[in-house]
Design a protein around this ligand. Structure first.
Ligand SMILES: *Cc1c(COP(=O)(O)O)cnc(C)c1O
Length: 574
């Protein structure tokens, strides 16, 4: 006990920014993330540690992970629990706090993981866990599955994260300067803060003023990631009443979180002084969705060192020493000789081809133009846009293209699962003409192999559904060219024919037209046929120039070091 306590004591000496996220991708073998949001949280912490920022992160332990994906012969998704053992990676703290759920006192413990940077920066990460002997069987399961269960289960998780998280930080003795909510899952932390900073009743003349909203707003920062109304967490008040109880009077809660449902985004917005979206376009979309709120934009970035493959790390070390902690040095990418860039790329590509062969038996040829597409399998991402006109794809691509896919569908997203099966069927149809593979169980490790080992990173979301997207930024770090719909970050990163290519209309065109899919697909095929394929096979010099531009213009900017410097100056120090 003694060393742990003194360790915590050391960490509590300095006031910190508390970063709350339902999911965090700390490392690949800790499967407490499902996708972009969690990986971004991990990159936030990794850059925070590199920059020696005084932060602490709070999340749930999700002991059965999100899920491990198996795929049957036809692409049917099989979901298995992704067990992991926290004691292998972190220390159980001797402290215990309680939250009230359905009138029961539920005990919550915490595991301490430390993200340690080579610069000497350290960010502690607390993984909250209700698997405590004294809890009922049901309560012990609250922190088992990330995004599992029903609405009641989700609410219980959010109580543990938001309310339990604040209590744990206080119990451990941390002094918190700011609370940063990464999406609405942790918004209940504001309720706990309202209670902590409640003014004594005799000091005030109006009962509403007991709740010191201004003080809480001063303490809170909110980042929204959801560009559509339906994506925001909402709970009916009868559920809130039976599960959480009346922690603050319901009339006050309704004023803050919405009259019909408790909208967790609204709650976060109403109690945060600083609010941001994750790309400039997403800021506009969020402002329209929540009129009257001052919403800023800090465009996402990725952690450069984490998302650069070994062969590119070597050439960056050689020509741009110090790049990992100063990604601005990518501006000098022109110093790297063309053939070294190409060799680094081919090394990554051969590794990916080997991996694809080992995993699927399909033999990719490293000399052939390779398209990569990996993201959550869900309708708006339009996994199947590339196959809208399969005869045309066949004509354009036979012998000249190979395509690799990866991505999980949420267990309840039946349409998403159908899309995976659809991709499998195209794989069969095209078998002898265009080689295709679908890699199972997309995770951070596979992501790095893909974003460094293909030539083109394809992204075809239905606008404006992609709040930011980050995998394309990872691709740019490895000289892989983006070919994407103008949505999210790509609106800011795209220079046509210079950093990559767009698909479909400019972002200024916002009206939805009926045959959007056909129009986008036509553009996709035209550029593949007349621009991208000829460039790849006939003008390697120009292709490598574009790879350099992706690094010098995109990786240079879309990294999480730049992102964190902006969070510090615009959100944390105010
Ligand atoms: C980066 C990453 C994502 C997010 O990428 P998008 O471009 O937002 O789809 C999702 N999953 C994994 C495993 C990642 O590494």
């Amino acid at each position: 006990m003694e060393p742990i306590c003194s360790e915590i004591f050391k960490l509590t000496k300095e006031p910190r920014i508390a970063y709350f996220s339902m999911e965090i991708g700390i490392q690949n073998n800790i499967p407490t993330y499902s996708g972009g949001l969690g990986v971004l949280a991990g990159d936030t912490i990794r850059s925070g540690a590199d920059l020696k920022l005084p932060m602490i992160a709070v999340t749930l332990v999700s002991k059965k992970g999100y899920f491990r994906q198996e795929l049957d012969k036809k692409g049917g998704q099989i979901e298995l629990p992704d067990y992991w053992d926290p004691s292998q990676y972190m220390t159980l703290l001797p402290t215990k706090i309680f939250v009230q759920i359905e009138g029961r006192d539920v005990a919550v413990k915490a595991w301490l993981n430390k993200v340690i940077s080579l610069t000497g920066g350290i960010i502690p990460v607390l993984f909250l866990d209700t698997d405590v002997e004294e809890n009922t069987y049901e309560d012990r399961e609250i922190t088992s599955y990330l995004y599992g269960g029903d609405l009641a289960y989700r609410l219980k998780q959010e109580i543990v994260l938001g309310i339990g998280g604040v209590r744990m930080l206080h119990e451990l003795g941390f002094e918190i300067k700011k609370y940063h909510m990464n999406e609405g899952h942790s918004s209940l932390l504001t309720i706990e803060l309202l209670n902590i900073y409640k003014r004594p009743i005799e000091d005030v003349w109006d009962e509403k003023l007991v709740w010191d909203k201004e003080r809480i707003k001063d303490l809170c920062v909110f980042t929204t990631h959801t560009p559509i109304e339906a994506g925001h967490d909402k709970f009916p008040y009868d559920l809130i009443k039976s599960i959480m109880g009346e922690l603050i009077p319901f009339d006050v809660l309704k004023e803050l979180g919405g009259s019909e449902y408790l909208n967790m985004t609204l709650l976060g917005l109403n109690l945060s002084e600083y609010i941001n979206g994750v790309a400039k376009k997403h800021m506009e979309v969020s402002r329209n969705m929540f009129p009257g709120y001052e919403i800023a934009a800090i465009t996402n970035g990725v952690h450069s060192y984490t998302w650069t493959c070994d062969s590119f790390k070597r050439i960056y070390d050689k020509y741009l020493p110090g790049w990992a902690n100063e990604p601005e040095l990518f501006v000098r990418v022109g110093r790297i000789p063309d053939e070294e860039i190409w060799n680094a790329h081919m090394e990554a590509k051969r590794k990916l081809c080997d991996y694809i062969k080992d995993e699927t038996g399909v033999r990719f040829n490293p000399e052939i133009l390779t398209i990569g597409f990996a993201r959550r399998a869900t309708a708006y991402k339009r996994l199947d846009l590339l196959f809208s006109n399969i005869e045309r794809l066949e004509r354009i691509g036979t012998g000249k293209l190979q395509i690799v896919y990866a991505g999980k569908a949420h267990p309840k997203d039946l349409q998403g699962k159908k899309l995976i099966e659809l991709i499998f069927s195209f794989k069969e149809i095209l078998k002898d003409k265009i080689k295709m593979a679908y890699l199972k169980n997309y995770d951070m490790e596979i992501a790095l192999k893909l974003v460094s080992g293909v030539d083109i990173w394809l992204n075809t979301p239905l606008r404006p559904r992609e709040a930011s997207g980050t995998s394309g930024m990872k691709a740019a770090h490895n000289g892989v060219l983006n070919f994407s719909v103008l949505d999210g970050w790509w609106i800011e990163g795209h220079i046509e024919g210079f950093t990559g290519w767009s698909i479909g209309p400019p972002p200024t065109e916002t009206k939805l037209i009926e045959n959007m899919d056909t129009r986008d697909a036509d553009d996709l095929y035209n550029k593949l046929e007349y621009i991208i394929i000829p460039l790849f096979y006939n003008d390697r010099f120009a292709w490598i120039r574009m790879m350099q531009n992706a690094i010098g213009k995109n990786a240079y900017y879309f990294n999480s070091h730049r992102m964190m410097r902006r969070y510090v100056t615009e959100a944390y120090i105010r």
